[in-house]
Unconditional design. Structure first.
Length: 413
């Protein structure tokens, strides 16, 4: 039925992302006793490694066998009581879904609706906190990287606003599509609950949720009356203390995580952030300068370094671009979700990838756009990205050495 057999499928949805071969191989293991005396070596190493990625020394890390959505639930139910007031801004499908969950769990959510294409509104957040003289707001929910629109928010700014208003609310941040790809600093930004997942920057399959929990949030558990069982941090704390889990851990995922943390350590977190920015800038050059199309993100300050949502011209259904890209060119692009369905397609540029992989995605998206009648100049996206990447370096301050290497190679060859 038209299934493509030859060559690779080009996976450019913003999660799950490409899993490096090293990680795939690390996951092919025989099962073992998760109550053995050697098991804690694995688990304690993982918790330690995750702390570095979250940039926390004072917080505690939790690993749950679930997708990121379970991490949202763990964050809310462990620290809040039904009826508690929560402040959250909504500007895309993921910020919407977390708010929807908070409402379904019985919290009183004060929603700030923001145009899709922008992020957390700092001024309005400050106003809401200022107006809350009795400190009824217990939590501020913020989506660091809204994957539906390709918008990154200023989390340090949210902390500044909390401090400026001297508001004691805890700060909860969704970092599922930013952690390990875009700079995030749990301790420095005073984040109380950071939620992440395995299938994006961590380059793993979906199946693990990661939680960074501050001491303040851990203390809040004592008075938090929301019902919780599977996601109860108290059970996890008890078992983790000796290096075990309260239930059977997903072993291949844990071994995969160990390898993914090795890879992150080898490349270096800061270098990874630079690479993501550099790759994203090339993609944006293709979209804005090459194709002369618009991003869903309204201004450069919102641009996401992990995903770009491309707005297709009026009268064109973006879903057709995605369908042709997939069936004809074996390229998976991200769909427009909810409000922007049919209006955008998304290019995920996070995780294990480089310039030439992205060139494939840009070329495929361009062909699919031409096929549905979008008048982009053939080759214009790839050309603009090429110009950007050839004149910039993935890691700053290494330009000289790279040129030296190049000249050395030329004189040697
Ligand atoms: C992927 C994602 C999630 C989690 O989704 P799951 O499918 O449950 O892993 C949450 N928030 C954001 C911003 C995401 O990109």
């Amino acid at each position: 039925m038209g299934t493509r057999v030859a060559g690779r499928n080009f996976l450019f949805v913003p999660g799950p992302t490409n899993v490096p071969d090293r990680v795939l191989r690390a996951m092919v293991i025989a099962m073992e006793d998760h109550r053995s005396s050697s098991f804690p070596e694995l688990s304690t190493g993982l918790l330690k490694g995750l702390k570095k990625v979250f940039k926390t020394t004072t917080g505690q890390i939790f690993i749950f066998p679930s997708s990121g959505t379970g991490g949202w639930e763990a964050a809310l139910t462990n620290t809040l009581s039904p009826g508690d007031k929560v402040l959250a801004s909504r500007f895309g499908q993921f910020s919407h879904l977390w708010i929807d969950m908070a409402q379904r769990l019985g919290y009183d959510v004060e929603i700030q609706d923001v145009e899709w294409g922008e992020g957390v509104p700092l001024e309005r957040t400050e106003q809401a906190l200022k107006a809350d003289k009795e400190h009824k707001i217990k939590a501020v929910l913020a989506c660091h990287n809204e994957t539906a629109t390709g918008v990154t928010s200023d989390i340090a700014g949210v902390r500044r606003v909390l401090d400026a208003t001297k508001h004691p609310a805890m700060l909860y941040v969704d970092t599922v599509s930013s952690m390990g790809s875009i700079d995030f600093r749990m301790d420095e930004w005073g984040v109380d609950l950071a939620v992440s997942g395995s299938q994006k920057g961590f380059m793993l399959p979906a199946g693990l949720a990661f939680l960074g929990v501050s001491q303040k949030a851990l203390a809040a558990m004592a008075s938090a009356k929301s019902k919780r069982c599977y996601f109860d941090l108290a059970d996890m704390i008890k078992a983790n203390a000796s290096g075990y889990f309260p239930y059977t851990p997903a072993l291949p995922m844990l071994y995969g995580l160990r390898e993914s943390l090795n890879i992150i350590e080898e490349e270096g977190l800061e270098n990874i952030f630079h690479r993501h920015h550099y790759l994203a800038e090339g993609v944006r050059a293709a979209i804005l300068e090459g194709w002369k199309l618009k991003l869903c993100a309204k201004a450069p300050k919102w641009y996401s370094d992990t995903v770009s949502a491309v707005v297709v011209p009026e009268g064109i259904d973006a879903a057709r671009v995605i369908d042709i890209a997939y069936r004809r060119y074996n390229l998976a692009l991200g769909a427009g979700l909810s409000k922007v369905a049919g209006k955008v397609f998304r290019i995920g540029h996070l995780g294990d990838l480089n310039e030439l992989m992205l060139m494939g995605a840009l070329a495929g998206a361009e062909m699919a756009m031409l096929d549905v009648g979008i008048k982009v100049a053939p080759g214009s996206g790839v050309g603009a990205a090429s110009n950007y990447w050839r004149s910039h370096d993935p890691i700053p301050n290494q330009k000289a050495s790279k040129q030296e290497q190049f000249q050395h190679a030329r004189s040697a060859g």
